[in-house]
Write a protein that binds this ligand. Structure first.
Ligand code: C2E
Ligand code: CA
Ligand code: CA
Length: 598
């Protein structure tokens, strides 16, 4: 009984040691890397020094041995189970087999009785400073070598020490995150590049999983309050915690707060692992007596497609963003929506490019007319994305996505620049045409919009009153006070402000009396059935009444028929916009339309 227990403990210790060994091996980031000149020189030297056919720098991975350098052998890896090196690394001092046929352990071994007919093997272990063997520098021959003695083996060990020194050097050369000693983003990209997804989800199970341990601001606050040393220690603790769950799965640190691991196990096991990670970080991670309530976000990206390392990392960071934004974690991109989400990923990845490629994004303009006399009082700029391969991508599709990831700020900046420049061109040709553009909730997170607008107005010498900014109630949802101040600041530049899609949102009317706007645009959902829907016939006049009492002029959106326009004019609505008047049009068409109207 006692004996059995001891056996068990020994087995457990061996398993633990092996998983530490593998973790260290992966930490060296040497597997599947390009050849190294110095390692090659060592194997060539070993061949001539000891007069053997084969010399290898063999790294013993979980199921294979991979050769960082090889002389006399064609293949770059072989199964671990068959290998002599697997035996050699079990002993601290390596292994010499002077004649395999005379050695009971190997005399029936397939590599001895068959090709390459190994008779002689000597393997010197590649030992890390922590005393673990990553693999060997080994020499092999098809002749027995009874003459190979202790002094030769000592020389081989010296060469192994040189190789080990080299592996250390390579490790420290840009692939290692200096805080956690984990491989970094560059290394992850390299690994993904080498794998090239050559074995796309053999078990349907290849996935990259990103764990963002806390919002970046949390870590920065920690640095401010407790210093870098503490924060670095904390990150170490995080990486140790993840390691405990992940065992030998390769782990990378890709941004200040984001860790990524590659998981090739079956989906059920993968889910358990994710649950385990979540559990370890809730309720709090304690470090040096301080509990940290971390808001971790997890994103999973299946990799059955041919995507580049850069795409994987970017997509993962997007998943993390979205999962933070929506408070859903883990966010698994393998649900029924995978197609849609992959498309969304693709869109988000393509958007930055579109923003800098001429003519991929263009503005269309939809006229707004005064209902009383039909005069055009301005136009609304609406963005259009013509992708060279994927064709037209509607704003309803990419704008909401860009809003989720914050890319909308770049979109708004792009639109703003175009709009101001266009207004300036029209002015030069004698046309003072007001143009409205759409801003999103995120544009009110900072003063950037106002600063850019002020700068562009000045640059193009455009009177501010010719520019109008439309924003929805949605922008008010989170920080109404702050948004109110920012809207006010915009208005102080002299530009006009409109409340867009009024009635479509949650319509908390109380914000209306405080919002410094000029115009209210009634959402088209109230307008398009106005002729038939009794409820809308009650609601629209009351909105008009309310808006006018608060001092707003009113635009009805989505006017699709003449009759609706007439009814609205009778109800006292000031302006209209919709297909009945004109569709959004490219610049040239709009100019022709304006000419026709005189
Ligand atoms: P929106 O700001 O409410 O823009 C009006 C939308 O209604 C436009 O759709 C326009 O084509 C459509 N529309 C105009 N008249 C009618 C009509 O009579 N009937 C119907 N059924 N629809 C009409 P579009 O251009 O597809 O844009 C959709 C939304 O995408 C916009 O709604 C706006 O929220 C967003 N968007 C478009 N361009 C931009 C932009 O540059 N920046 C931002 N942040 N959002 C934009
Ligand atoms: Ca609008
Ligand atoms: Ca609208």
């Amino acid at each position: 009984m006692l004996l059995e227990k001891e056996d068990n403990t020994e087995v457990e210790a061996a398993v633990r040691q092996e998983s530490q060994r593998l973790a260290q091996l992966h930490g060296y980031c040497a597997l599947d890397t390009p050849p190294d000149k110095l390692c090659d020189q060592v194997t060539q030297l070993a061949c001539s020094m000891f007069d053997v056919e084969i010399a290898l720098v063999a790294l013993v991975d979980e199921h294979r041995q991979w050769f960082k350098s090889r002389v006399g052998l064609e293949v770059s890896e072989t199964p671990r189970a068959d290998s002599f090196c697997n035996h050699a690394i079990q002993t601290r001092h390596g292994m010499v087999v002077t004649d395999a046929l005379q050695d009971a352990r190997f005399s029936r071994h397939a590599l001895v009785t068959g090709a390459p007919f190994i008779r002689f093997y000597a393997g010197a272990p590649l030992v890390t400073p922590q005393g673990l063997s990553l693999g060997t520098l080994c020499i092999i021959d098809s002749r027995p070598r009874p003459d190979f003695g202790a002094s030769q083996f000592a020389q081989l060990n010296q060469l192994a020490a040189i190789v080990m020194e080299r592996l250390e050097q390579l490790r420290n050369r840009g692939y290692i995150d200096h805080v956690t000693a984990l491989p970094n983003r560059a290394r992850l990209m390299e690994v993904l590049r080498v794998r090239g997804h050559a074995r796309p989800g053999a078990s349907g199970a290849d996935a990259a999983v990103a764990v963002d341990i806390c919002p970046r601001e949390y870590l920065f606050d920690m640095v401010k309050a407790l210093g870098w040393d503490y924060a670095e220690g904390f990150l170490m603790e995080v990486s140790r915690t993840l390691r405990r769950v992940l065992g030998t799965l390769p782990l990378y640190r890709v941004t200040t707060t984001t860790f990524v691991y590659l998981d090739e196990t079956a989906p059920a096991q993968r889910r358990r692992r994710i649950a385990d990670i979540e559990q370890r970080f809730t309720p709090a991670l304690e470090f040096q007596g301080i509990p940290h309530l971390l808001d971790i976000a997890i994103g999973v990206l299946p990799m059955e497609e041919d995507v580049s390392g850069g795409d994987v990392v970017r997509s993962l960071l997007t998943v993390i963003d979205v999962s933070r934004e929506e408070g859903v974690s883990p966010r698994l991109f393998e649900s029924v929506h995978a197609e849609k989400q992959r498309y969304a990923f693709w869109l988000l990845a393509a958007l930055p490019m579109a923003l800098t490629t001429p003519d991929e994004l263009v503005l269309h303009f939809q006229p707004k007319v005064r209902l009383r006399d039909g005069a055009c009082v301005g136009v609304e700029a609406l963005i259009r994305w013509h992708h060279p391969i994927h064709g037209n991508i509607p704003p309803d599709v990419f704008i909401p996505l860009a809003e989720k990831t914050g890319q909308i700020r770049q979109v708004t900046a792009w639109v703003l620049r175009q709009v101001v420049a266009q207004v300036a061109r029209w002015l030069k040709s004698g046309r003072a045409l007001p143009v409205a553009f759409n801003a999103s909730a995120r544009d009110f997170d900072s003063d950037e919009l106002r600063e850019l607008l002020a700068q562009q107005l000045k640059l193009h010498k455009v009177p501010p009153a010719l520019i109008e900014i439309e924003f929805t109630e949605h922008a008010m949802a989170n920080h109404p006070q702050q948004v109110r101040q920012r809207v006010q600041a915009l208005r102080e530049l002299g530009v006009k402000v409109a409340i867009d899609d009024f009635g479509a949102g949650f319509s908390n009317l109380s914000y209306l009396k405080n919002i410094p706007a000029d115009t209210m645009k009634i959402d088209r959902s109230f307008i398009h059935r106005l002729l038939d829907d009794e409820a809308d016939q009650l609601i629209v006049p009351s909105i008009l009444h309310l808006a006018h009492n608060l001092g707003f002029s009113v635009v009805a959106e989505g006017l699709e028929s003449e009759r609706t326009a007439t009814l609205l004019r009778h109800l006292g609505c000031d302006y209209g916009q919709g297909y009945a008047i004109a569709r959004p049009m490219p610049l040239a068409e709009l100019e022709a339309w304006l000419e026709r109207r005189g």
